[in-house]
Design a protein around this ligand. Structure first.
Ligand code: HAM
Length: 461
């Protein structure tokens, strides 16, 4: 279903009613989306750095898929009875009537790209990571938005429990690096495979179990029962939870291969020192999973605000038109991580701090200030200057707002004498130096290790 509210089709009365209720500035963000303001960008930048570092360390390379895809890419992969596909996608038609959808998650696009670019001809497995915004028409609340950022990692082309273990460990390491690992506990389960006596048998028995008990199910579960009975296991409604406790358990249906795979994975996780809870009600909200599924749950809030999750999807590449190819991956919600970092009091290093402020008075001083600022920036000193016509006192007030440690001041006297004043803003002391030595003097004060330099060709992203 497509959420479509077209302001052009609203009646005049409706528009006036909406406008009269509006408080504050005339335009605000749409419901469920938000600006990333500079303070939060410091968290975003830090998280991206940590993810890139850990991903590269493991041989992953970055991929960016388009913000929208043909709708069928998501229908086919995520499953048309899932909440994401049936209720949460932002779907629209282009001018030629083709159905397109803003990506609600990253895996489908990555798999489409793997096939489109023949990545099965590369040495396997192919390891890819992404840091992207995603879009879901979810009910907005704390930690749940309509545009949200995820980082995700996918390993396509090989099946081994050690790959799953390494990926979960990588996720855990990122959470440790970000200072929030203690807040979360790994929940893990196996939902089996498509072998006749594995999940298909479980699904039939599950449906039989619920037959005749439909009256006790919530509306959503009654609707899901014929097509997606696994989801009944993780419903949070009281009556459904009671029934789920009595329902058959997947662990009793795992085929020998799935059982061995899962047993090995748990052993490997233990060996890597990762605490987990075996949760046989964990099924995940996307249809493409096989065998391993996992989530990291907030220890105090449970499933409500999982910080991330993933699992194995050995059948998806074939569903999307490729040869049978095993794969595993996960994604984590960046806004949720930031909320947790703030709650834990994690401070992130900032690169936005300014080293030096240049104040000037008179046209000649301004001309010299422009040249000086260019030189200061070239050596890696982050520099701002007041280029307006304000009095020196007012300019120094602006410098205070930037919290700069040093100011360079040039007025009519300094221009005439070929000098400049360097003011230590904390101590309130100042000294006069020759104009030619200003850059060198400030560099010494800031320290070579703190300069923000960039060599053309250097990889910064
Ligand atoms: P997912 O569980 O749907 O999995 O999303 C992963 C994470 O994205 C969630 O645990 C949560 O932190 C965050 N997230 C999801 N929806 C929202 C929202 N509306 N607002 C804020 N954060 C949200 C996937 O997306 C799979 N593609 C993961 C995967 C990768 N499986 C295999 N490979």
């Amino acid at each position: 279903m497509t959420p479509q509210i077209n302001p052009n089709t609203m009646t005049d009365e409706a528009k006036t009613a909406e406008e009269s209720q509006r408080v504050g500035p005339p335009y605000q963000t749409a419901k469920g989306v938000h600006d990333i303001l500079p303070d939060d960008h410091e968290f975003f930048t830090y998280i991206k750095k940590v993810v890139r570092h850990r991903a590269r360390q493991h041989g992953f390379r970055r991929i960016t898929t388009p913000t929208f895809e043909f709708t069928d890419v998501f229908n086919r992969s995520i499953g048309d009875t899932t909440d994401i596909v049936s209720k949460e996608m932002y779907t629209f038609q282009d001018r030629k009537g083709r159905s397109l959808t803003l990506k609600p998650e990253g895996t489908a696009g990555v798999v489409r790209s793997y096939l489109q670019h023949n990545m099965q001809t590369l040495p396997q497995p192919v390891e890819l990571y992404y840091i992207e915004p995603h879009f879901r028409y979810d009910r907005p609340q704390k930690g749940r938005y309509r545009q949200f950022w995820q980082f995700g990692l996918e390993v396509i082309g090989e099946s081994d429990s050690a790959i799953d273990a390494q990926l979960i460990h990588l996720f855990y390491t990122v959470l440790q690096d970000l200072g929030v690992a203690d807040q979360f506990k790994l929940q893990i389960n196996s939902i089996g495979c498509s072998a006749k006596n594995c999940r298909p048998k479980f699904v039939v028995d599950l449906q039989n179990f619920y037959m005749g008990k439909e009256r006790n199910l919530c509306e959503e579960c009654s609707y899901r029962l014929p097509k997606n009975p696994l989801r009944l296991l993780d419903c949070k409604k009281e009556d459904c939870t009671i029934l789920a406790k009595l329902a058959p358990q997947m662990r009793n249906y795992l085929c020998p291969e799935c059982k061995e795979f899962h047993g090995e994975l748990l052993l490997l996780l233990k060996g890597l020192g990762i605490d987990y809870v075996e949760n046989d009600k964990l099924v995940r909200g996307l249809d493409y999973y096989t065998k391993t599924v996992f989530e990291f749950w907030d220890k105090s809030q449970g499933a409500q605000n999982a910080i991330g999750g993933g699992g194995r999807y050995d059948g998806l590449i074939e569903i999307m038109g490729g040869l049978p190819t095993p794969a595993v991956g996960f994604a984590a919600g960046i806004e949720r991580i930031i909320e947790n970092m703030k709650a834990c009091g994690v401070k992130v290093p900032t690169k936005d701090d300014i080293h030096v402020f240049v104040a000037q008075l008179g046209f000649n001083a301004k001309q010299k200030a422009l040249l000086l600022m260019r030189e200061l920036r070239e050596v890696g000193l982050k520099t701002v200057g007041a280029l307006g016509k304000g009095a020196i006192k007012n300019q120094l007030r602006v410098a205070d707002r930037f919290k700069v440690p040093y100011c360079v001041i040039m007025g009519i006297t300094e221009v005439r004498d070929g000098t400049a004043i360097i003011r230590d803003m904390k101590r309130g002391s100042q000294k006069i130096v020759k104009y030619e030595t200003v850059v060198e003097e400030v560099m010494k004060l800031i320290g070579a290790e703190n300069l923000d330099t960039y060599t053309p060709g250097e990889v910064l992203y």
